[in-house]
Structure formats: structure tokens, C-alpha cells
Design a protein around this ligand. Structure first.
Ligand SMILES: Nc1ncnc2c1ncn2[C@@H]1O[C@H](COP(=O)(O)OP(=O)(O)OP(=O)(O)O)[C@@H](O)[C@H]1O
Ligand SMILES: [Mg+2]
Length: 333
């Protein structure tokens, strides 16, 4: 009965996520068209603006004494500032539109419907899309330094897999790393005893080892900046990197967060095991990752973690059968 309840809960959760995913893909699809209008018009608008400013310059050169009404209006609109600021405003609109396009592209790539067949996928593209979607959680905010992401990408062949599912695994592992790093930031600034709790959790520079109250002015070791490293490599079927017939790709996601105790590590792949509050975690993330990697793709997922030493998750996915002559469907064809 317990198993049945678990399975039901699982199904409910994944249905909820799939509805959300469809909704998200729909919204992004609708945003794409108007966004293209903006992107397509920013460059001409910039050119027109520059032409008009040049024309204005020519008028000023040939008619250095404008009529009083023109001079008055130039003062009202603060012409000098306008001339300086107008190209900057257009430039930042262009950059913003470009950034939006990247996000839209990433979400579209991320939420691409899985077909019943595996497809040949560029794993690095999947990682980059996931990072774009997570940008908001990684970037610096106020005194929060943000999380530095280092990409250590090896040379990978295309991997025959269910790309939507693999993206889901990457998303779960990266979210866990971000949660862990945020958690260590919170603990870093936690104040115990009767002393006042710091309102801004990123305000006081306290070393990670110092979870007790540290009075201001006491010299402290600088905390290690939060960091995630994503490493990929290809391991040929004979163990070296030269053979591309078969073999597997290994993707490692390494954080320098608080790590886990042995007791926690033993349970992380159990469904509903979580150390997070009810509004933050369901405890299904790693259970789903394991099912996708091991059952769906015949791969492996391993975790190396020690308290205070950070965490590394590594997933190994077989490259697939197409190297051996069986053609998988290439989505780009
Ligand atoms: N990178 C990590 N660093 C430290 N602890 C981790 C890390 N990744 C996972 N854990 C631990 O493993 C537990 C289980 O992770 P899992 O992803 O299955 O669930 P969750 O993140 O708690 O919730 P959900 O993913 O369903 O929102 C987490 O609650 C956390 O204690
Ligand atoms: Mg999780």
C-alpha cells in the first residue's frame, strides 16, 4: 500500500511538472513573435536615430544662431544630454532584447517535447540552456556575490538520449548545488544566542566556519566564494579517450557548498527524502534523476560529498548505438 501511495504521489508530481512545462513552452512560444519585432527593429531604429542626430549636427554647423523658439525647445529637452544618452538607451535596449532572445531560445530548447525515440543531442547545448534559465539564481544581487560557474568542457560526441529528460537531470543537479550554496551563505551569517539576527543575510562578512556570533571588528578569514564547476568528458569504450565506438560521456557538477554527512548521503536517492523546508523541496529530485539516468539511459549516477568539503555529482551516459552503425534520428536533419 505504501508503495502504491508513493507511486501515486510521484505521478501527481510529474503530471504537475509536465503541465507547468507545457504552459511555460506555450508562453515562450507566444513571446517569441513580438520579441522578433523588437529585435528586428532595434538596429534600424539605432541607425535612424544616428542619422537624425547627424542631421541636427549639420543644422547646428550651418545655422549657428537658431531662432529663439528652437533654442528654447533645445533647452527644455536638454538637447546635449539627449544627444549623449539616446545611442546608449538604444544600445541597452538592443542588449536586453538579445538577452531575452537567448532566454526564449533556451526555454524552447529545454522544454522541447521528448519523442518516443532517442535523439542525437549536443550535451553542452543542454547544459548552457539550463544555465541560461537559472541565470537569475546565479547572478550577484546586492551584496550577495552570486555564484561563479566554471565550465570545463571536454570534446564530446553527440549523445543518443531523451534530451528533455537529460535536461531535467541537469536542472535538478544544478538546483541542488545552488540550494546548497545558498544554504551555506545563510548559515555563514546566522547569529546564535540572544544577539540580534542580521536583517540582511549578506551584510556581515563572517567566515563559513564561524556559525556562532562573531562580533564586528574581529579579524576573520574571507569565506570561499560560492562556486559551481561543470566538467564533461568522453570516455571511449576501451577506457581511453580515443575510441568513439560506444563509450560514455561523464558530466560532473561540483559545488563548494556545505557537503553532506554520511547519514544524509545514504538516503539522498530515496523518494521524498529531503533536508529542505516544505516550501523548498519535495525530495523527489534525485530519485527522478536516478530513474532517468539508470533506468531510461542505462547510465550511472554517483555522489561524492563530505561535510565542509563540497559535493560532486557525476552522471555517466552511454553515447549510444549510432556509433556502431545503427542510425539514431538526428533532430537537425
Ligand atoms: N549539492 C548538494 N549539496 C548538499 N546536499 C545536497 C546536494 N544535493 C542534494 N543534497 C541533499 O539531498 C537531498 C535530496 O535531494 P533531492 O534533489 O532529491 O530533493 P530536494 O532537493 O530536497 O527536493 P526537490 O529536488 O524535490 O525539490 C537534499 O534535500 C539535500 O539534503
Ligand atoms: Mg533537488
Amino acid at each position: 500500500l505504501k508503495k502504491l501511495e508513493l507511486a501515486q504521489e510521484h505521478l501527481k508530481q510529474s503530471e504537475k511538472m509536465s503541465t507547468l512545462g507545457q504552459l511555460c513552452a506555450g508562453v515562450v512560444h507566444e513571446i517569441n513573435n513580438p520579441l522578433n519585432f523588437i529585435c528586428g527593429n532595434v538596429t534600424p531604429a539605432k541607425d535612424y536615430g544616428e542619422d537624425l542626430l547627424r542631421l541636427l549636427g549639420l543644422y547646428a554647423k550651418h545655422y549657428p544662431q537658431p531662432a529663439a523658439e528652437i533654442q528654447q525647445y533645445a533647452d527644455v529637452i536638454d538637447l546635449d544630454f539627449l544627444i549623449e544618452d539616446f545611442p546608449k538607451a538604444l544600445l541597452s535596449m538592443g542588449l536586453g532584447a538579445e538577452r531575452l532572445q537567448q532566454i526564449v531560445q533556451s526555454v524552447r530548447h529545454f522544454s522541447r517535447q521528448d519523442t518516443y525515440e532517442k535523439q542525437r543531442v549536443n550535451i553542452h547545448q543542454g547544459i548552457d540552456s539550463t544555465l541560461t534559465i537559472l541565470h537569475n539564481r546565479l547572478k550577484p544581487k546586492g551584496k550577495n556575490p552570486g555564484i561563479t560557474v566554471t565550465k570545463d568542457y571536454g570534446k564530446l560526441p553527440l549523445v543518443e538520449c531523451y534530451s528533455g529528460s537529460i535536461n531535467q537531470v541537469l536542472m535538478n543537479l544544478l538546483c541542488n548545488a545552488i540550494d546548497a550554496l545558498e544554504e551555506s551563505q545563510v548559515n555563514r551569517f546566522k547569529v546564535t544566542g540572544s544577539a540580534a539576527v542580521q536583517a540582511d543575510r549578506f551584510q556581515v562578512p563572517v567566515s563559513p566556519q564561524c556559525s556562532d556570533y562573531c562580533p564586528q571588528g574581529v579579524k576573520q578569514k574571507a569565506p570561499a566564494p560560492p562556486k559551481i564547476t561543470i566538467r564533461t568528458k568522453f570516455i571511449g569504450s576501451d577506457g581511453d579517450q580515443g575510441d568513439s565506438s560506444g563509450g560514455q560521456v561523464v558530466i560532473s557538477i561540483i559545488d563548494n557548498g556545505p557537503g553532506m554527512t554520511e547519514e544524509v548521503k545514504q538516503k539522498i536517492f530515496e523518494p521524498f527524502f529531503t533536508t529542505k523546508s516544505i516550501d523548498k523541496g519535495t525530495g523527489l529530485g534525485l530519485d527522478i534523476c536516478k530513474k532517468i539516468v539508470v533506468e531510461q539511459h542505462g547510465g550511472q549516477i554517483t555522489c561524492t560529498s563530505n561535510p565542509g568539503k563540497g559535493t560532486e555529482f557525476a552522471i555517466a551516459i552511454p553515447v549510444g548505438s549510432y556509433h556502431k552503425g545503427l542510425q539514431a534520428k538526428d533532430p537537425n536533419q
